[in-house]
Design a protein. Structure first.
Length: 254
């Protein structure tokens, strides 16, 4: 089924729901109430996603008000040069202060059998994430939800004045419409899509790209993206690396 063009009222309704969580205390009763409501597209939010607000165990990297922070999540199984190119491209083109490499406990869209431990994949990411402006973190494991929308909700509440941008590869945009609450994600933060070999046309023709078509910034204006009110996105051309985690796993074997 073709995705209908994005409607601004969807995001406005979603933001209205989220005001129930801030700035008042994050009590379990209030979290449960919001978890049982439906999103503007008629899908109940995952209960653990909102319960994650109450978690005190998560330790994300530090961020200061008005900083421009890129969020690059993934399994990093293993990390490779393509990830580094994407992070450096976003850092430069969006004029970011930092790019957080967020190593996820698991990917809900992929089988978890054989997935190396979080610590091992974190070390793999540190091989390519160089410098203080590219911290590697596994804080999502403490949130109690495998879904990215839960991470974004948590970060927006934890750092209300930080300008976050979600960074994904073109291969991920091509399948973004399979992510849980992907429409709500577009309402939370701007999105930067970095080109990947063989995925440009598929990404730009994807249901998510068509749904967000009217909110796309010209590539030459990408530096404005962190300041844009979501939904907003930009596609970033860059030097392409043929490396992929799938190919590296096949080469390394079990």
């Amino acid at each position: 089924m073709a995705a209908r063009p994005l409607s601004g009222c969807i995001c406005e309704a979603f933001r209205s729901e989220l005001t129930m969580l801030s700035p008042r205390p994050r009590t379990p009763d209030r979290i449960l109430f919001v978890a049982e409501t439906k999103t503007p597209v008629g899908v109940p939010l995952h209960r653990s996603a909102l319960h994650s607000f109450a978690s005190l165990k998560a330790r994300p990297p530090l961020a200061n008000p008005d900083q421009r922070i890129g969020l690059m999540g993934g399994s990093f199984n293993p990390a490779h040069e393509g990830h580094a190119i994407g992070a450096r491209t976003a850092m430069r083109r969006l004029r970011l202060d930092a790019v957080w490499w967020m190593v996820t406990p698991a990917n809900p869209l992929k089988p978890s059998a054989g997935l190396p431990p979080l610590a091992q994949r974190t070390e793999s990411a540190r091989t390519f994430a160089k410098g203080r402006t590219m911290p590697v973190t596994g804080f999502e494991a403490a949130l109690g939800s495998p879904y990215t929308v839960a991470t974004l909700l948590y970060l927006k509440q934890r750092f209300p004045r930080v300008r976050f941008v979600w960074i994904m590869g073109a291969d991920n945009l091509a399948t973004f419409h399979h992510w849980r609450h992907w429409r709500e994600m577009t309402c939370l933060v701007p999105i930067a899509v970095v080109d990947r070999p063989g995925w440009r046309l598929k990404a730009l023709a994807s249901p998510a790209a068509r749904w967000m078509a009217g909110r796309r910034l010209p590539e030459e204006a990408a530096s404005l993206l962190p300041n844009r009110k979501p939904p907003a996105w930009a596609f970033l051309s860059t030097r392409l690396s043929e490396q992929s985690s799938t190919a590296l796993r096949a080469r390394l074997g079990p």
